[in-house]
Design a protein around this ligand. Structure first.
Ligand SMILES: [Fe+2]
Ligand SMILES: [Fe+2]
Length: 240
């Protein structure tokens, strides 16, 4: 008999905070665990028309496999804020700074080459992707120039005043995350789950692959910010 580590009444954000690799199971099933992280597992799988037992079994199997190996994953629930921030900037922000401009070129290229056979879809992709790119680039700058230094300052010199400013900043930051999440959902819809049409060439395939990678990385990125870092800061404010 399998020991149950997860239950359907747990929130998605809570599951991924406890077991980061659960994100893989959610992503494979297109379950949004970052912006929709406060839904219960039961509710989220129902929306997708999947049985909760199926997902729970996958989570349990992955968890057991993971536990039997030596884990190098950091527990972000107890890590220093400055370490979480450095990780976000060096991994997720660095990824976007490289991939957004590279993918922009691909998106323009396939729009031109496939304008005749797939112009309707690709015009939407072009528009949505460029909106996403502009918003995320602005968002990264705001985090790196304003928000993250504020959190690092708080870690060095904790005060109620700075925690209040952080709490205000969290609201705006999470609104921007929701906006990015919505554009990614739209992109997935207009591309029919990134299904390459029969006329699509290798560049077409590569472009959709890149878009899916951006989606996956952004979900992990927003999860780490919303459900781990912001959540801890919110709790600190409540407990003051
Ligand atoms: Fe970020
Ligand atoms: Fe962010």
């Amino acid at each position: 008999m399998i020991t149950r580590n997860f239950s359907k009444t747990q929130r998605l954000g809570e599951i991924v905070a406890m077991f980061p690799k659960a994100a893989d199971v959610f992503m494979q099933n297109h379950i949004d665990f970052c912006c929709g992280g406060d839904r219960t597992l039961e509710k989220a799988v129902k929306e997708k028309g999947i049985g909760d037992k199926e997902i729970l079994d996958k989570l349990e199997a992955l968890y057991e496999e993971y536990r039997s190996r030596v884990s190098e994953d950091t527990d972000w629930r107890t890590a220093k804020y400055s370490d979480i921030i450095d990780y976000i900037v060096n991994n997720h922000h660095a990824f976007l700074k490289k991939e957004l401009p590279a993918t922009e070129k691909l998106v323009s290229k396939i729009l031109k080459v496939h304008f005749i056979d797939n112009g309707e879809v690709l015009t939407k992709v072009h528009k949505l992707f460029n909106k996403l790119k502009a918003e995320l680039e602005m968002h990264l700058i705001k985090e790196e120039e304003v928000f993250f230094p504020m959190i690092k300052e708080y870690e060095k010199n904790p005060s109620e005043e700075i925690l209040d400013r952080i709490a205000d900043e969290i609201v705006g930051t999470e609104d921007e995350h929701d906006e990015a999440g919505n554009i990614l959902k739209e992109l997935r819809e207009v591309t029919n789950q990134y299904k390459v049409p029969p006329t699509g060439c290798a560049t077409f395939e590569l472009t959709y692959k890149k878009l899916e990678e951006i989606e996956a990385d952004t979900f992990r990125h927003i999860h780490l910010e919303n459900n781990i870092m912001h959540e801890r800061l919110r709790r600190e404010k409540e407990n003051r």
